[in-house]
Design a binder for this molecule. Structure first.
Ligand code: ZN
Length: 146
């Protein structure tokens, strides 16, 4: 598991850089929690209930075998109980939605919109991932992440 932006795929990195700059400009600095993950860490996370998929975009993705996902927390929420996330967008601190909308504006898929539909998917507000230009066929694949 790592937090280095250099672990991100080259075609995803410009979106991430723009996202981070937009967050700063919006007065919403974010803290990066996770970029890449290896298979062993992912297996341990599943066993511990921290993740629930073997298809995580944090794992090495072809063709570069680098991460296509990023986990962030609005820095101001790090000291808040449960980081201000209480299960749904509507009941949680509005800064999560603000961060999610900035990620979407930069072309990413935001995990905060994933439905709580265990074991298939779970809302994951800190998670953002690369969205291929035409992903209509892969919606099922990417809707479950951890
Ligand atoms: Zn994630």
């Amino acid at each position: 598991m790592g937090k280095e932006l250099s672990a991100l795929a080259s075609y995803f990195r410009p979106q991430v850089d723009s996202f981070l700059a937009d967050c700063e400009a919006a007065g919403l600095p974010v803290t990066i929690e996770d970029t890449d993950r290896d298979q062993a860490t992912q297996a341990a996370d599943i066993a511990a209930g921290r993740s629930w998929t073997t298809h995580s975009k944090h794992l090495p993705q072809p063709p570069e075998m680098k991460s296509e996902a990023l986990d962030c927390v609005p820095t101001a929420l790090l000291s808040v109980k449960q980081w201000g996330w209480y299960g749904t967008i509507e009941t949680s601190d509005p800064r999560w939605l603000q961060m999610g909308e900035i990620s979407e504006k930069n072309g990413m898929e935001w995990g905060g919109r994933w439905p709580n539909n265990a074991p298939h998917s779970r809302s994951d507000p800190g998670h953002m991932q690369y969205k291929p230009p035409d992903n209509s066929e892969t919606v099922q694949e990417v809707s479950a992440e951890g």
